[in-house]
Ligand binder design. Sequence first.
Ligand SMILES: Nc1ncnc2c1ncn2[C@@H]1O[C@H](COP(=O)(O)OP(=O)(O)OP(=O)(O)O)[C@@H](O)[C@H]1O
Ligand SMILES: [Mg+2]
Length: 364
Amino acid sequence: MSSEVTREAILDALKDVQDPEVQRSIVEMDMVKSIEIKGSVAHVEVLLTIHGCPLRSVIEDQVRDALLRVEGISDAHVVIGTMSDEERQRFAAKLKGPGASAQQTPDLLKPDTLTEFVAIASGKGGVGKSTVTANLAVALGRLGYRVGVIDADIYGFSLPNLFGVADVKPAVVENVVMPVQVKGIKLISMQFFVPDNRPIIWRGPMLGKMLRNFFQEVHWGALDVVLLDLPPGTGDMALDVHGMFPRSKELIVTTPQQTAADVAIRAGLMALHTKHEVLGVIENMAFYQCKGCGERAYLFGQGGGAQVADGLQTSVLAQIPMGEPMPGTQGIFARDSLQGQAFDLLAQQLATELRLEALAAARD
Ligand SMILES: Nc1ncnc2c1ncn2[C@@H]1O[C@H](COP(=O)(O)OP(=O)(O)OP(=O)(O)O)[C@@H](O)[C@H]1O
Ligand SMILES: [Mg+2]
């Protein structure tokens, strides 16, 4: 009977509707401003953080669908409003969680966090760290894991370009930054915060501060794994980033050339020296495979990956062939390409090695 539809039944149905930006229930986040039930018709007002939110129609549709699924409701009127300043402040406080303050260690950096950290390092620049980070992240996302990607190359950021989202600005609600969601992963990079490619001239302490901000000010939500794209080399910068993430494990990227392999070993030794476990070696640009005949051309020689793995007493986890990225991106390979398949295999291997499934289950 229509008259029996209660406010509780409506709220219960709306619990499943998430704000796509913060990925929390609109009920939990107090975004449902009013509910009125007239016979079998529900009138609901939902408040969004900013006027003209691009996701407005997504939420509107989801709210309407949820209402129409309630037994006894035959029609739904949904009004989307905008939060007042005060409501937005309450919303932001809720996002940050109780008692959050600038001095507190962010959840992701606490020693008992169930999120795995994997840093992608190399000796030489330009061997494909960022490409590997981005594609491995997407592949882990395809396996259903919640993946955060941090462009820890504060000065030489490149991940937004690689993903094709260089022009996107992250949503900010009262100083809480939402990571940019792209291809099933969440991304944060310095590039989102520098106007028009202006060079960044901060030194030492600023680097640490910036990276810390990537945790303190960013609402990541629950994550199973965080990939860190490190700056190249074995210099101070890479060392600082190592120091900042004592828990992170490392993947070493190299190309098949001897010169790249030599420096990659040094990068790996630095990781080991700073007590970071090396998970294995990725040999990137390993070969070019002719699409028609399937023949492989080893443009950069052979053996670099195996040599690095030997030097570090670990194994080559993947050999990524050369290839063209998908349109609209500068470095993401299609799932069904040779590269995409190699990354899928790598993601499966890593998920097993890091026991991601068990960790995710323990968290939820
Ligand atoms: N498997 C691949 N096939 C084809 N091109 C690739 C491949 N991997 C990387 N590249 C290209 O090589 C260049 C360097 O790659 P990338 O930026 O990922 O390296 P990097 O190690 O992160 O560099 P940096 O040290 O500057 O941060 C880019 O232009 C990238 O598109
Ligand atoms: Mg890079």
